[in-house]
Design a protein around this ligand. Structure first.
Ligand code: SF4
Length: 164
């Protein structure tokens, strides 16, 4: 894996659980079993019709508006550090491609809440560091340890990690 292979999902998983990132990077995909992922897909299918997905290769973002703000639609109720890191990763990827993204707007569908995050120098540095960390985690020979059980709620790898 090199930097251009790192996508938004890798960064999201890095911030949630390094083991999740490691499993995902090895092609293990139990997402079809996850209610939460199905809900996320349904949200994308039924809302924000005017949005058009932007495919950056390893990264796919929900929408880029004419003012160069990235838009991401979330099925969860509350913002997380992982959501922010994923959105900043998209901004980084866009700037590397010559598109000067101004930042990201996160839309939390269940609560109708939106959060606007400017892509400043601090976020740029953090996003670059995340790419390097993803590559480090993925290149380790053995899987990182599990999180505490309570932190695994809703994770699509829960059967893999917790079926003894
Ligand atoms: S079930 Fe828990 S330990 Fe396993 S990948 Fe998911 S969050 Fe990480």
């Amino acid at each position: 894996m090199d930097a251009t292979d790192v996508g938004g999902v890798h960064v999201k998983y890095l911030h949630h659980c390094r083991r999740q990132l490691w499993l995902f990077a090895r092609g293990i995909r139990p997402e079809h079993l996850s209610e939460r992922v199905r809900l996320g897909e349904a949200v994308h299918e039924t809302s924000y019709d005017r949005y058009r997905e932007v495919d950056l290769g390893s990264a796919k973002l929900d929408h880029l508006d004419g003012e160069l703000w990235v838009h991401e639609v979330k099925s969860s109720r509350h913002p997380t550090a992982a959501d922010e890191a994923q959105a900043m990763h998209y901004c980084l990827r866009l700037t590397e491609l010559g598109v000067e993204a101004r930042g990201a707007v996160l839309h939390y569908r269940p609560t109708r809440r939106t959060i606007r995050i400017p892509f400043d120098d601090e976020h740029r540095t953090a996003a670059s560091r995340d790419v390097a960390t993803v590559i480090d985690v993925v290149s380790t020979a053995s899987s990182p340890p599990r999180l505490e059980r309570a932190a695994c709620k809703g994770c699509s790898f829960i059967d893999y990690c917790w079926t003894e």
